[in-house]
Structure formats: C-alpha cells, structure tokens
Design a protein around this ligand. Structure first.
Ligand code: GLN
Length: 514
C-alpha cells in the first residue's frame, strides 16, 4: 500500500506501542521495527519520519542497542525519545553519561517555543521523565530547546537536518502537551497529510489474513466479549465459511448474553461462518457445586471451558489456524515481546488449549488498545451494543457470586445486574463509567417486606473509573440512580432484600470481587 508512514524504531522501551498509537491518533500509519533492522530496508519503506523509542540500556556501554550514523544522514526527519534521544546524541558526537540526579515522574520542563516541535506548547510544561542517564553535552550542530533544573538537555534539535531529541516521553499521558508535540513532529516536520484511518487498518488486516490463511481452516473460541467478537468478525469477513466459531455458554453469562451472541454470529446473523453454541451450563453448575474458594472456582471454570472447547474442536478435526482476540494490554501483561525487558510474566488462566490440533495462531488485534479495538468493531459494522460491551471476566458471574455458585444465585445476580445496567444507561452514564456491575454477596440479613420478616441476600453494586484498569477509583454515582436501582432490585429480584454500594478503590480493592 502506497501511503505515508512513520516508522518507530524499537530500542526496547516500555511505551513503544503507545508511541505507535499516538501516531495513529494523528491519522498516520505507523509500524514498529527493531533497532536491528537493516538500513536499506528502512530506506526502501520510504517513511515520512522515524521515531526512536526509549530503552533499558545505557547507550555508552559495550553491547548497548544502537544504530548507525547513516540513519541520521538519510534526510528523513527523526525524533529520538529518551533512550532514542541519548543514542542520537551519542552516535552524533554528543556526550551521554550517568546523570548525577536521575529523574522519574512528572517534571516541569522549560521549552523554547520557537522550535517547530513546541509550537503552541506552554513555556513551562509538565513532562514525564524516566531516566538514569542524561545528555551532558548535545552533539555538534544541535541547539538546546528544553531544560529542567537537573537536566540541561531535556530536548535538542538540529532543525536543518530535521533531527530532534527529547529526554522525556511525549507519548505517555502524564506529559500534558505530549500529543501536541508529536502532532507537531508528524505534521509540522514530517509534512504528513493524515490520510490514514481505521478503515484502512481493517482493509489491510483483512487482506493480510486472506493471504495468510489461503484456503485453510480456521477455528475461533468466541466468548461474546468485545475482543473475540471483533476478531471473529474480521476473520469472517476475510475468509467466510472457512471459519468455525465455537461459543461455550457456561451458564455464567450476563442476562440474555448467550442469545445476543447467537443473534450476531448464529445462522440468522449477517455472517457466513460456522457457528457452534455449546450449552454447557449444567456441566459447569455440577462442577461448581459446593465449591467456595475463589481460586478453585476460577480454575474449575477455566479447565471446564477448555475441556468443552476441546471436545468440540475434536469433532471438527484438524484446523490450520486458531484465532485469538489478544489485544495489546494482554501482550504487555505477558511480557512485551520485541526488544523489551520482561517486567512481569503473566499466566493466562484458561488460555490456549494446547491439545487442539492447529498449525498457527492468528491474532489480528495484537497491536491495538481497547478503544481502538472498539473502533475496528464499529468499522466492521458490529452492533454498538456489542462493541461497547463492558469488560467481563472469563469466569463470568462465577466470580461475581461470593461463595458457592448455584443456578438460583446466577439468576439473582443476572437480574440485579440487568436492572443496574438499565438504570445506568437511562441516566446516560453507560459510556462515562469505566466499569460497573452487580455482585451477589454471601451475606444474608434481616429485612421487612409486606409487614413480614425476610432473611435474604444482599447485592453489592460496583462502579469504577479507570484509565488503564491497573488502578481505579469508585465512581461517584448520582444518588437518584443508586436509590432507584436499589429499589428496583429489592422489589424485582427474588431473595434479595438489601443493596450495598462498594466505595473501595483499586488498590486496595480489585475491580472484581473474587
Ligand atoms: N536507559 C536509559 C536511561 O536510564 C533510557 C531510559 C528510557 O528510555 N526510559 O536513561
């Protein structure tokens, strides 16, 4: 495809995908390549600009990730970020060494607004820093365009060579005017037009899947969640009836969810694929009988899910590809891949059924963030109801029922949750709140209804706001919404006589209850 593109050169930073994402937000196509990529290959791609990412190394040490001097002589605009800036200075004759004071966190930076990159940026602006080394002396021909009390070269440029170096990270949101700076680079320096949109991503992905799959057979485990649904539709559009989707209804879904999934993907839906719904509710209830421990419940649900999926897969026989709705935050949790250091490893419970017979995995959403996945979903024509579905844990309502799971309790929490969601939507808050749901506590308490004594369960309502799901705050819901919801739940849901609101943040709480 002949379109303008920016290359991101990966030196192993933690925010590389974020850099790519910010470029995509400027409507410019972007690809990430290792710093080991051959110079000729880079030239052949004719990028409008190059961004060098951060990285864990110290550029002056033996064996550190680096790049050639020629990269800076191609006449292509280059922006180095943190490690990328240090490498640029080091290679071009500046001096980088261990900083006397390392900087970490939000730091006020004084910028020279006459630089193209700081057009419309405030003179003093908060930027995010994370470095042990610093640029002690800029390379010959460079001018300092930003500094902090501890960092003499917070940014430098050689405007006639179109080379720019930032010690801070404009890609993270803590850098208050970071988006503007990247926008200035992409438009003001690289001269991009901003013609790339999500529809182009969808088109390119579909094309790539077609080429990869050929006339092979594809299998997809559909959970009904946003990610697997978007991945499934993309595959369906690419290879049609070569795709089989297996949807395991474990009886722990939200109210009506199983049917909603079937409406979209089933034989009456718009897609030409093979859809298999396995109604395994009773199997799951049987195995969960008498089990109270949250971890055991999770394990049982995960294992049983794989078992059911495996049984179905066996009936289908060998397939060539298995589709996974992995998105970028999942990749981060399990180690970043690429050049990045593994910060923590992540065991995905109920993950890959390794006994299913397939050759290769397809993960069409691997580079995207959640909101981008939603955009792709809309682009593919998936109903909004599905696209804006809230995050839902794999073990489903199983971990929103404290203690033993029974079919009766599932009904209680389904009904209460449906009422809660309805009231939130009526109040117009459904797109505003990060995540909200009802859970069934294991507590029973005394109440009075119709002049008689009751001894029934308590529903807990939860609503949190979060940017990244790593930390969260309890949402301050309007009292009318809470009281109306509480009222309806007690009146309409059998065996519930009390409703509580969870005011705990994360940390110390988690978003889910178990
Ligand atoms: N490792 C380099 C330093 O500590 C760069 C860090 C970074 O890119 N965030 O200064």
């Amino acid at each position: 495809m002949n379109q303008e593109k920016i290359l991101v050169i990966d030196f192993g930073g933690q925010y590389n995908q974020l850099v790519a994402r910010r470029v995509r937000e400027c409507n410019v196509y972007c690809e990430i390549y290792s710093y080991k990529t051959d110079l000729e290959q880079i030239k052949a791609m004719k990028p409008k600009g190059i961004i060098l990412t951060g990285g864990p190394d110290s550029c002056y040490e033996e064996g550190a990730a680096s790049c050639s001097r020629e990269l800076f002589e191609l006449g292509i605009p280059i922006l180095g970020l943190c490690y990328g800036a240090q490498v640029m200075m080091h290679v071009l004759g500046g001096h980088v060494c261990k900083a006397p004071v390392r900087e970490y966190g939000k730091i006020e930076v004084a910028v020279d607004r006459s630089s193209k990159l700081f057009a419309d940026v405030s003179e003093k602006t908060i930027c995010w820093m994370s470095h042990n080394d610093y640029i002690e002396k800029e390379a010959p021909g460079f001018t300092i365009i930003a500094h902090t009390p501890n960092c003499p070269v917070a940014a430098a440029e050689s405007a006639e060579r179109q080379l720019y170096a930032f010690q801070f990270h404009p890609e993270v949101l803590h850098t208050q005017e970071g988006k503007k700076m990247l926008h200035n680079f992409v438009y003001g320096v690289c001269g991009c037009m901003g013609t790339w949109k999500m529809d182009a991503f969808v088109e390119m992905s579909i094309q790539a899947i077609r080429e990869k799959v050929g006339d092979g057979k594809v299998l997809c485990a559909l959970s009904g969640g946003v990610d697997s649904s978007v991945a499934a539709v993309m595959l369906a559009k690419a290879v049609g009836d070569q795709l089989t989707c297996v949807f395991v209804d474990h009886g722990l879904l939200r109210k009506n969810e199983g049917n909603e999934v079937e409406e979209v993907f089933g034989p009456n839906g718009p897609y030409k694929l093979h859809f298999i719904r396995v109604n395994a509710q009773q199997r799951f209830y049987d195995r969960l009988k008498g089990v109270e421990d949250p971890e055991r419940k999770r394990k049982i649900i995960g294992e049983e899910f794989i078992r059911v999926f495996e049984e179905e897969a066996k009936k289908i026989g060998a397939v060539d590809f298995l589709v996974q709705g992995t998105i970028y935050p999942d990749v981060v949790e399990s180690g970043l891949g690429g050049e990045s250091a593994v910060i923590k490893s992540h065991h995905n419970v109920g993950g890959l059924p390794d006994y299913v017979d397939f050759k290769e995995i397809i993960e069409p959403l691997r580079d995207l963030f959640k909101d981008e996945v939603r955009k792709v979903g809309l682009e593919l024509g998936i109903p909004e109801k599905l696209v804006y579905r809230q995050p839902f844990p794999g073990p489903g309502l199983g971990i929103r029922i404290i203690g033993e799971v029974t079919p009766e309790k599932v009904t209680m929490v389904q009904e209460a949750d449906a009422i809660y969601r309805e009231e939130i939507a009526k109040a117009g808050l459904d797109r505003e709140i990060g995540q909200y749901f009802a859970a069934l506590t294991n507590m029973r308490s005394v109440g009075v209804m119709g002049d008689g004594r009751t001894y029934d369960y308590a529903i807990a309502l939860r609503a949190v706001n979060t940017i990244d799901f790593m930390t969260a705050e309890a949402a301050e819901l309007p009292w009318e919404v809470l009281s109306k919801t509480a009222n309806r739940i007690v009146n309409e849901v059998k065996n519930v006589n009390r409703v509580l609101y969870d005011c705990t943040g994360k940390p110390p709480g988690t978003i889910e209850f178990e």
